[in-house]
Design a protein around this ligand. Structure first.
Ligand SMILES: Nc1ncnc2c1ncn2[C@@H]1O[C@H](COP(=O)(O)OP(=O)(O)O)[C@@H](O)[C@H]1O
Ligand SMILES: O=P(O)(O)OC[C@H]1O[C@](O)(COP(=O)(O)O)[C@@H](O)[C@@H]1O
Length: 304
């Protein structure tokens, strides 16, 4: 079974306001209220790919109830640890330029974290764990590393979509795949990239530092896959972007779900690109049909 971990879920409140002007009142043109947080998005896309998963993490308050109810409606198994404080709401304002306002999220008590860790004990070497997104602000800096180290000691395979020091500390435990975007790779190595070609030597370093595979998503410039032997570039597919929230998470789901079934990194990357693109072109997370429609269009170029 694939377990996804979303320590800090969200309700993503995505509002479209054409010609937004600060300091003025507006009527929204459109709204979408959807459960988010990166692991939850991964579970939703796995579901679209026909792959079951169990979503773990923390939820609290009426917003946490919404997340649970929505997951149940989608028939996605979930075993969130219920906490006293309220799950966060992230605001995405879609206008000429998109603006995101993210909440740091609730705190969890030691007792609540201990309850979460207990659920973690059931995970075995036959399972796979995907860890994504921010942790709760009350958690120690090395919370992810503690989780990853214990999985590694138990021999449980895992992938992670985390950033900065948390990404750095994960690499020594050989995640199946890490998926920073171009900006996150820049932050990681203290660089600013003006073209995607400049990212290539740094993506290679993620593998040299221990990742089994690294995907670097490049937004409208496509995506790169780094393996120990190859660098593969997927040019962007043409289409109209509707809502890119969750496009990166869709790539993680596409890669992990396909690699577990086939052991073929290049095929897993193809599905990752199709899923990421389909979500970027869809108002919400991509559907099965939307992913299938992109699959045949993906082109992979071995560049090294
Ligand atoms: N404007 C776009 N045109 C075509 N494909 C896109 C676009 N934006 C995103 N994608 C696809 O979705 C993937 C993930 O998007 P990206 O924005 O890089 O991820 P993240 O949400 O993690 O920042 C990209 O690698 C690309 O394949
Ligand atoms: O946990 P974080 O890093 O704050 O990210 C949470 C956000 O990430 C998302 O999962 C979207 O992620 P991506 O657009 O990077 O795929 C949203 O649902 C959520 O608002």
């Amino acid at each position: 079974m694939i377990y996804t971990i979303t320590l800090n879920p969200t309700i993503d409140y995505i509002v479209t306001v054409p010609q937004l002007a600060l300091g003025h009142s507006h009527h929204m043109q459109d709204e979408l209220i959807t459960p988010g947080g990166k692991g939850i998005m991964v579970s939703r896309v796995l579901k679209a790919l026909g792959i079951p998963s169990i979503a773990l993490g923390f939820r609290g308050g009426f917003t946490g109830d919404f997340v649970r109810d929505y997951m149940e409606e989608l028939n996605i198994l979930n075993q969130f640890t219920v906490i006293k404080e309220r799950t966060r709401i992230n605001l995405v304002l879609k206008s000429d330029q998109d603006t995101e306002i993210s909440d740091y999220g609730p705190s969890a008590t030691d007792e609540e974290v201990a309850r979460f860790m207990k659920g973690f004990e059931d995970i075995s070497t036959q399972d796979f764990v995907v860890m994504s997104g921010s942790k709760l602000p009350s958690m120690p800096k090395d919370f992810y590393e503690q989780l990853i180290r214990s999985l590694h000691e138990e021999g449980v395979p895992f992938a992670c979509d985390i950033t900065k020091d948390e990404l750095r500390n994960s690499l020594q435990y050989h995640p199946l795949v890490v998926k920073p975007n171009q900006k996150e790779v820049g932050e990681f190595f203290g660089r600013t990239f003006t073209t995607w070609q400049e990212v290539v030597p740094y993506g290679k370093q993620l593998v040299e530092l221990g990742a089994q595979h690294a995907i670097v998503s490049l937004g409208g410039d496509g995506a790169l896959l780094f393996t120990p032997n190859e660098v593969i570039y997927a040019p962007p597919l043409s289409g109209k972007v509707a809502n890119p929230v969750g496009a990166g998470d869709s790539m993680v789901a596409g890669f992990v779900g396909t690699f577990i079934r086939t052991g073929d990194a290049s095929e897993a990357f193809r599905v990752a690109v199709a899923a990421g693109t389909a979500t970027a072109f869809s108002p919400d997370i991509a559907t099965t049909e939307e992913i299938e429609a992109q699959l045949g269009r993906v082109v992979l170029e071995i560049i090294e």
